[in-house]
Design a protein around this ligand. Structure first.
Ligand SMILES: [Zn+2]
Length: 133
């Protein structure tokens, strides 16, 4: 009887210890999760600050940012080239605004609604106008 009581007590205390440990782990996991969430948030905010700064300064680039701006521009040019290549392989054209592949005959992008052939039409008109004059 005594043995069973003691066994019962020790089982209870082991269980309580496990619950405590488990709770501790849960608390740590919760805190770590919040750290990651805040880190992700800061990353997005930094990105947004950078994007806004870039947009506001791309016409007159601050000297100390010249290299960073040039790298971004070069990467964006390459992205546009690659999208054109992909669109070509898929038998369409790349939307100049969002990069979606749309039919070469399309007037508007099905994804973002941007005009597709606008740029080319203007160029054609200019060439025609020049040829006529
Ligand atoms: Zn688009």
């Amino acid at each position: 009887m005594d043995f069973f009581n003691k066994l019962g007590d020790s089982i209870v205390s082991v269980t309580q210890e496990a619950v405590k440990k488990g709770k501790g782990m849960t608390d740590i996991a919760k805190l770590q999760h919040e750290v990651r969430t805040k880190e992700d948030f800061c990353k997005k905010q930094y990105e947004e600050i950078g994007r806004k700064f870039y947009e506001e300064n791309k016409d007159i680039i601050p000297e100390s940012y010249a290299d960073l701006f040039e790298e971004i521009e070069a990467a964006n040019r390459r992205i546009a080239e690659l999208r054109e290549q992909i669109a070509g392989l898929k038998g369409g054209v790349s939307c100049p605004k969002c990069g979606a592949v749309v039919a070469a005959s399309a007037s508007f992008c099905s994804e973002c609604g941007a005009k597709i052939n606008d740029m080319f039409e203007e160029e054609d008109e200019d060439e025609t106008a020049e040829a006529e004059s």
